[in-house]
Design a protein around this ligand. Structure first.
Ligand SMILES: *Cc1c(COP(=O)(O)O)cnc(C)c1O
Length: 400
């Protein structure tokens, strides 16, 4: 592969001015003490940061190698890391004088985080969602509505995430002066990847200082799951210049054929989609391929461009975990550490189970748990074929 420069802003010309205004507001905010203080206040007193760094003592003994620490982003308000970049963008939207934030969502996690921030900051919120996803993700739609957001069904195409993105973009172009488009990962045109990484990089800085306090050294490896890549680059960024292995874990799904996984390592090729250049799962004609993962958050065809750069430079190791390895990892860490992780994060935990035993006992792994498992209750129940859970759902239905 020749050396590519990933990222960019491949957008219709009429969006360019809005993106430039956003770049200016972001650059300005980075230097502004008032912005920094507001952001820090929300992270501490709304989201509950710093999140704990858990020493996984029993898991470490069972695995018999490296000391394992878990950075628990699931302890954040709303249950995952996503709230962090939504808060940052919400504050920027206010600085730009926008009255509304809009978002697209697939499984609904990004929609819930955006609706939460909109309610907290007093912004109007519209979330675009494929009608097929609305049907499958009723609990999150219900939460978004309770938070005061308007959820707009998208009825064309496959009626899923990519159609919701198109509809959100269309709405944005018609309402550039009043709406900020809140993108949910380190994806999209400039400045979104860098901006969301800037907000999320607090994860890595906290890991560094928490580990310094406990062990007085750096980790040997940091491991995180990779959908678009926001929790991963957030965990990795502070360690890029250090002698620390950075390991990103993608969705291996159920196999290596097209449509069975969402791993850019397995089949990613250079392309341009949704405003940025990166590695995508795509056909020979450049159309996006179908993807699969048991975890909705990793079921995405593109890789954040900064991660694609790091991968190309061989600074980032990419690997994948299968659906069933993720489910087994949830179980392992639930029973040995009392932590029920989201299925996305469980991909990182599955990798911990593979690498920890091969590393010396005086080495340290930090794995980021991007979110807690509450949202996956229905998935877990199905994965563990829990019959009584099925009966419970039937009873609930009858009580309605
Ligand atoms: C959305 C989500 C992800 C994937 O997003 P990234 O941008 O790759 O971090 C991972 N874990 C959880 C819990 C999520 O909600």
């Amino acid at each position: 592969m020749t050396h590519e420069t990933f990222g960019g802003a491949y957008v219709p010309e009429m969006l360019w001015k809005t993106l430039q205004d956003l770049i200016a507001a972001f650059e300005n905010a980075k230097k502004d003490k008032v912005f920094q203080a507001e952001f820090a206040d929300l992270l501490k007193n709304f989201s509950g940061r710093p999140t704990p760094l858990i020493f996984a003592e029993r898991a470490t003994k069972r695995l018999g190698g490296a000391k394992v620490y878990l950075k628990n982003e699931g302890a954040n308000h709303t249950g995952a890391h996503k709230i962090t970049h939504c808060l940052g963008q919400g504050l920027l939207a206010k600085r730009l004088g926008k009255k509304m934030i809009i978002a697209e969502t697939g499984a609904g996690q990004h929609g819930v985080a955006t609706a939460t921030v909109a309610a907290k900051l007093g912004l109007e919120c519209i979330v675009f969602m494929g009608s097929e996803d609305i049907r499958r993700q009723r609990p999150n739609v219900f939460l978004m509505e309770r938070l005061g957001a308007k959820v707009v069904p998208v009825e064309y195409g496959s009626k899923t995430l990519k159609d919701a993105v198109n509809e959100a973009l269309k709405f944005w172009m018609e309402n550039l002066d009043k709406a900020h488009y809140c993108i949910g990962s380190v994806l999209g045109p400039k400045p979104y990847p860098e901006m969301n990484r800037y907000f999320q990089s607090i994860i890595g800085r906290e890991i560094r200082s928490e580990l310094q306090e406990r062990e007085a050294k750096l980790p040997n490896a940091v491991i995180a799951c990779v959908g678009g890549g926001s929790n991963a680059i957030g965990s990795f960024h502070d360690f890029i210049k250090d002698d620390v292995r950075l390991i990103g874990v993608e969705a291996g799904g159920v196999g290596k054929k097209v449509g069975q996984h969402a791993s850019r390592k397995i089949a990613g090729r250079v392309g341009i989609f949704q405003g940025y250049k990166s590695l995508f799962l795509q056909t020979d004609d450049g159309q996006i391929s179908p993807t699969h993962s048991i975890s909705a958050g990793l079921d995405y065809p593109g890789l954040g461009p900064e991660l694609a750069d790091l991968y190309q430079e061989a600074r980032l190791e990419l690997t994948y975990a299968l659906d069933k390895e993720a489910v087994a990892a949830v179980d392992f860490f639930a029973k040995s550490e009392g932590v029920i992780s989201a299925l996305e994060s469980a991909h990182a935990l599955a990798e911990v189970r593979k690498v920890a035993p091969k590393m010396p006992k005086d080495s340290i792994i930090v794995a980021t748990i991007s979110g807690r498992g509450d949202k996956d209750l229905f998935n877990f129940a199905r994965a563990f074929k829990d019959k009584s859970f099925r009966d419970f759902l039937k009873d609930e239905y009858e009580r309605y």
